[in-house]
Design a protein around this ligand. Structure first.
Ligand SMILES: NC(=O)c1ccc[n+]([C@@H]2O[C@H](COP(=O)([O-])OP(=O)(O)OC[C@H]3O[C@@H](n4cnc5c(N)ncnc54)[C@H](OP(=O)(O)O)[C@@H]3O)[C@@H](O)[C@H]2O)c1
Length: 252
């Protein structure tokens, strides 16, 4: 039986990568999915590929007016949400402390932290009791990788918000969990390579730090999001689910 029949989900950052793979999985399980992203061309292409149960709303999570427009659209459609996957985020070629710029700091915290916080806050009036909120963390939040200070700090913040919100939102019947991907072969990860020709080697180098010696396919991450989003995880809240090829547990 379909695991998400009659459910409505919002996935932020679903035009590529982990978000898109999760939208595909959710729709295959019977859900209606709102998806967001900033680049309209990619977002529209994703929605076309996903079919009629996908609804694209171009928006930037770091822009509060865009978030109001997004949730206004869902309300105007007379829909409520059962699942929120607050996934939009990413990093830039990060810098060691001595050359870190305020612009990279503000942009990364603006999307990954501020964007996630106000996405979840503004979704609350629309979330049904029994609903599930899934945040996207990162295995990098558990490691001290030189040059990854800003990105890994944003994801450490997500991990902590997840715990606090699990406590705050349990009385409303909402569960909150943080999904923790390890290296996952997405356009976002490849974009961190010094140039496109080096993207494969860059992903391979990161993959070599996992016991499984490979990067995840985004569909493997989507399987875990489905678990956290569905009633299969009904007694799980405040947790982090590591989908990292063993990276953090085996080589802490
Ligand atoms: N890939 C990995 O190895 C890995 C590992 C750990 C954690 N993660 C996390 O997983 C999440 C997804 O990453 P990914 O690898 O799938 O990257 P991706 O392929 O770059 O996908 C990111 C998606 O988010 C959208 N997005 C980015 N900034 C946004 C914003 N401000 N507002 C709305 N949408 C935005 C992108 O579209 P636009 O750019 O058009 O907006 C795109 O749809 C991120 O939170 C990332 O930090 C990834």
């Amino acid at each position: 039986m379909s695991q998400l029949a009659d459910k409505t989900a919002l996935i932020t950052g679903a035009s590529t990568g982990i978000g898109l793979a999760t939208a595909q999985r959710f729709i295959a399980e019977g859900a209606r999915v709102y998806l967001t992203g900033r680049r309209k061309r990619l977002l529209d292409a994703a929605a076309r590929e996903l079919g009629e149960r996908a609804i694209a709303v171009q928006s930037d999570v770091s822009d509060l007016a865009d978030l109001d427009r997004l949730f206004g659209r869902i309300a105007a459609d007379e829909n409520r949400l059962d699942i929120l996957f607050a996934n939009a985020g990413g990093g830039e070629a990060d810098r060691p402390l001595d050359t870190l710029s305020p612009e990279v700091f503000d942009r990364t915290f603006g999307i990954n932290v501020r964007g996630t916080v106000f996405t979840v806050q503004k979704a609350l009036p629309l979330l049904n009791a029994g609903g599930s909120i899934v945040l996207t963390g990162s295995s990098s939040a558990r490691r001290g990788t030189a040059g990854f200070g800003v990105y890994s700090a944003t994801k450490a913040a997500i991990r902590q918000f997840g715990r606090v919100w699990a406590a705050e939102l349990a009385p409303r019947g909402l569960r909150v969990n943080t999904l923790v991907p390890g290296p996952t072969d997405t356009p976002g990860l490849r974009g961190l390579a010094a140039n496109p020709a080096q993207a494969g080697a860059f992903v391979d180098a990161l993959a070599s730090s996992t016991p499984l010696r490979r990067a995840a396919d985004p569909a493997e991450i989507a399987n875990a999001v489905l678990f956290l989003a569905s009633d299969q995880s009904s007694f799980i809240t405040g947790s982090e689910l590591f989908v990292d090829g063993g990276e953090v547990q085996v080589y802490p």
